[in-house]
Design a protein around this ligand. Structure first.
Ligand code: HEC
Length: 168
């Protein structure tokens, strides 16, 4: 039996079928695959892993004794979306897979520090001011979507001084 890849009738070579993987990697197919995946994620995540149930704003219990309204305003501007019960959930936070990421940030953020449930967990003032001074907080990905949350050096110092006076 012949093992030749030539077509037995015409004698011309049969073009090799590109592998599924290689054809997915073509730009046009890549776009189609991405759209299909996105659609699939919406369909699957909606009933199964919808984040809507997690995107709550529980009733605020108690806030720190803010030294000045300006201190609170700075904290609201750059921290409250993840560290309070007054999260503003933007439209894209409803759309998977971003919803998973954003919801996770808020849950983790509130667990560490929740300005709306002040006194519930022991939070070290130094830890909070350090997070601002080092630039670790607010997080880089958050600033990408919320440029208004970015603090100038002067505002950072104002927030640090205000937090030191308020969080006891
Ligand atoms: C995008 C959401 C988000 C914003 C906005 C944000 N944080 Fe956080 N923050 C987090 C998450 C998530 C953690 C938990 C990170 C971890 O466990 O490593 C955290 C942790 C912390 C901690 C715990 C110590 C540490 O460094 O991990 C402090 C203190 C803190 N944030 C302060 C702040 C302050 C102050 C602001 C505002 C200037 C702020 N954060 C803004 C999400 C946020």
């Amino acid at each position: 039996m012949s093992t030749s890849t030539n077509s037995p009738r015409s004698g011309r070579a049969v073009p090799a079928r590109p592998s599924l993987f290689r054809s997915i990697l073509r730009p046009r197919n890549l776009a189609i695959t991405a759209i299909a995946l996105f659609a699939l994620i919406q369909v699957v995540s909606f009933p199964v892993i919808s984040m809507a149930g997690w995107q709550t704003n529980p009733n605020p219990l108690a806030e720190p004794a803010w030294d000045k309204p300006e201190t609170r305003a700075l904290a609201v501007r750059s921290c409250y979306d993840c560290h309070s019960d007054e999260t503003v959930w933007p439209w894209y936070s409803q759309v998977a897979p971003v919803s998973w990421l954003v919801t996770r940030h808020v849950i983790d953020g509130r667990r560490k520090l929740n300005f709306s449930e002040w006194g519930v967990r022991g939070v070290e003032v130094n830890e909070v001011t350090r997070a601002v001074r080092s630039g670790k907080m607010p997080t880089k990905d958050f600033l990408l979507m919320h440029p208004e949350a970015k603090l100038t050096d002067a505002e950072k110092q104002q927030l640090i001084d205000g937090l030191s006076a308020s969080l006891r």
